[in-house]
Design a protein around this ligand. Structure first.
Ligand code: SF4
Length: 254
């Protein structure tokens, strides 16, 4: 029997996917992996502990040592934030940690929800030889279903969901857009400022936002110039950032 690698990202979907997947597997061959990132909301550790009890397995925590598991430190030292090949942080803080312990024949449990079937198909296309299962898609479970299941299990949702955010990515995730960053500036001004500062230190090549319309459409601009009168949207859909989906995204870019 193969090893089953489940990614627990401190979000509701990965919690339910893990809960479903581990039931039918030899406990000796299950690894539930979690990348501990310094920039995630601290309530993620409470959710981690609650889900460990609910799922009934001891989770394995992976933590980058080189950058202190901190995206800002990655950006500062690599002098790069994100580009066509993705964000500078997700490799060293997540993807590389998985690669270090993955073995041939492992089965990956993907937490894609029913509304993410296209992303699942992309993964399968990019990795035809890889053994994967996607329990949420197999059972038609949406992200909202997963949140409801977690609540019904008596577990409080992660604080970022309670604040209205769509996922439990790092606070000030560089995959966000203008509406998301207006929300971050209101809710977590110190995180917004830290990212704005590192952008400024690196220079224009690091700007993560760009004008969506008007004469400057497509041009990048610094976070500090983000207008204060535009829309704020906490639940802006951000690509998830997990150990496994990042593996796929890296593959596309390669
Ligand atoms: S959640 Fe966002 S900021 Fe955090 S590691 Fe992933 S891409 Fe980087």
């Amino acid at each position: 029997m193969s090893r089953l690698l489940c990614q627990f990202s401190c979000g509701a979907a990965s919690a339910v996917a893990t809960k479903i997947a581990v039931q039918a597997w030899n406990p000796e061959l299950v690894m539930v992996l979690n990348a501990d990132i310094a920039a995630e909301h601290p309530d993620g550790r409470r959710f981690f502990a609650d889900c460990e009890k609910w799922i009934g397995r001891t989770f394995t925590v992976l933590r980058d040592e080189k950058y202190g598991a901190d995206p800002i430190e990655v950006f500062r030292r690599r002098r790069y934030i994100k580009g066509p090949n993705g964000a500078a942080c997700s490799g060293p803080l997540k993807r590389d940690l998985l690669r270090a312990l993955e073995q041939p024949g492992d089965i990956l449990v993907l937490g894609y929800t029913a509304e993410e079937e296209e992303r699942y198909d992309d993964f399968v296309e990019a990795w035809p030889d890889r053994k994967i299962i996607a329990p949420l898609i197999a059972q038609g479970l949406t992200k909202e279903d997963c949140k409801a299941m977690v609540l019904r299990a008596g577990i409080r949702l992660p604080r970022m969901y309670e604040l209205g955010y769509d996922n439990n990515n790092c606070i000030a995730c560089v995959k966000g857009g203008q509406k998301y960053f207006r929300a971050i500036r209101e809710d977590f001004p110190e995180r917004f400022e830290a990212l704005a500062q590192v952008e400024e230190d690196i220079g224009p090549s690091a700007y993560i936002l760009h004008h969506r319309s008007g004469p400057l459409k497509g041009q990048r601009f610094p976070l500090r110039e983000l207008s204060t009168d535009g829309p704020v949207q906490r639940n802006e859909k951000l690509p998830s950032c997990g150990l496994f989906c990042e593996v796929a995204e890296q593959d596309y870019s390669e």
